[in-house]
Write a protein that binds this ligand. Structure first.
Ligand code: NAD
Ligand code: IPM
Ligand code: MN
Length: 351
């Protein structure tokens, strides 16, 4: 029988709760579709940092590299500065495994409501293709004249030709399987070096895809459009920071952060890809058992797709849709009173 070795890294806060539900649902899908997921759990987290002084052991990357895929909860919790926890786990994994595509599909599902008035299920559907290995997320730069009146910091963004071109190509290829429209989030009117470079490569790549409608939008106007006229948006390609911000907005207009999955994809399959919800560890609701597990469950469906188990992935998505449409079991963010565990179990049962 087919089987896959999966690393589960629940991480911090609600990451732990929602990952447990995703594992439950994915196991149900595996058993229904005749394969096995062999899970190994790792305690890489802020809690481990407090105990050992490191988010993961020195051989953490090497250990995880042997798996077919990684399911990650969330990283970061009060008590450990975010730049320490994130640069100690999440960001190094994305880079070590060359997961240069962060794919963040969103869709307004039946049984959920959009904060945008009058939108019905399936009216909103788009995918953020976020550059995931370089750009504004950079350690280059530093603090100068510390403690003096003229103190300042510099931060250098890094956009490589290879890095920009491959994410843009990925977006155009993806558009060919969907609406044949790509919108590039840019800010060339205010940023002097990086964005004009991005735009220049966008022009070059788009010339190779005459069948795909290519549009460049200033990020500021794009966020307004996403709220007021999201209808014609489909594939949105963006730099690391812009893509991060756009993906929370896209989640917010399609049912909230509890609904939005994400895949850190290594398209060449030279390393494992890593799947996680768009949201974080949500310290404000952690430990209460009320987080919505749907985002993490849908991230699990993306993982099944990537493993080549498309039918199982569709079963998971259908089960999510069914349970949401019925509306009987819903977490507080969806207007209900159910716990994380109850919603996860209802979805597993529907699978
Ligand atoms: P967050 O996504 O954790 O929370 C934002 C808001 O959305 C909170 O009010 C939270 O309660 C709510 N929310 C998020 N997920 C939810 C869910 N599944 N169900 C119901 N409500 C949900 O963002 P934040 O507060 O900015 O960050 C908290 C911590 O998580 C920080 O340390 C941050 O760095 C980290 N973080 C990690 C990741 C990741 O690991 N990929 C992503 C984002 C943030
Ligand atoms: C995400 C998160 C991370 C990011 C943070 C926590 C570093 O917000 O996965 O969206 O910006 O990549
Ligand atoms: Mn984010």
């Amino acid at each position: 029988a087919r089987s896959y070795d999966i690393a589960a890294v629940p991480g911090d806060g609600i990451g732990v709760d929602v990952t447990a539900e995703a594992v439950k649902v994915l196991d149900a899908a595996a058993s229904r579709h005749g394969f096995t997921l062999r899970w190994t759990e790792f305690d890489y987290s802020c809690e481990r940092y407090a105990r050992t002084g490191a988010m993961m052991p020195d051989d953490g990357v090497e250990t995880l590299s042997g798996f077919d895929a990684i399911l990650l909860g969330a990283v970061g919790f009060p008590g450990v500065p975010d730049h320490v926890s994130l640069w100690g786990l999440l960001i190094p994994l994305r880079r070590a495994f060359s997961q240069y595509v962060n794919l963040r599909p969103v869709r307004l599902l039946p049984g959920t409501t959009s904060v945008l008035a009058g939108r019905r299920a399936d009216e909103l559907e788009m995918v953020i293709v976020r550059e995931n290995c370089e750009g504004e997320y950079s350690t280059l730069g530093g603090r100068h004249n510390q403690g003096q009146p003229g103190e300042f910091v510099l931060q250098e963004a890094v956009f490589t030709r290879v890095g920009v071109e491959r994410i843009l190509r990925y977006a155009f290829e993806l558009a060919r399987t969907r609406s044949r429209r790509v919108c590039s989030a840019t800010k060339s009117n205010g940023i002097v070096h990086t964005m004009p470079f991005w735009d220049e490569i966008f022009e070059l790549v788009s010339a190779d895809y005459p069948d795909v409608e290519a549009e460049q939008c200033h990020i500021d106007a794009l966020v307004a459009r996403m709220v007021q006229h999201p209808d014609r948006l489909d594939v949105i390609v963006a730099s690391n920071l812009f893509g991060d911000i756009l993906s929370d907005l896209a989640a917010a207009i399609t049912g909230g952060l509890g609904m939005a999955p994400s895949g850190n994809i290594n398209p060449e399959r030279t390393h494992p890809s890593m799947f996680e919800a768009v949201h974080g560890s949500a310290p404000d609701i952690a430990g209460r058992g009320i987080a919505n597990p749907v985002a993490q469950i849908l991230a699990g469906a993306m993982m099944l797709d990537q493993l080549g188990e498309a039918e199982a992935a569709r079963s998971v998505e259908t089960a999510v849709e069914q349970v949401l449409a019925e509306g009987r079991v819903a977490t507080p963010d969806l207007g209900g009173k159910a716990t994380t565990e109850q919603l996860g179990s209802a979805i597993a049962a529907a699978v």
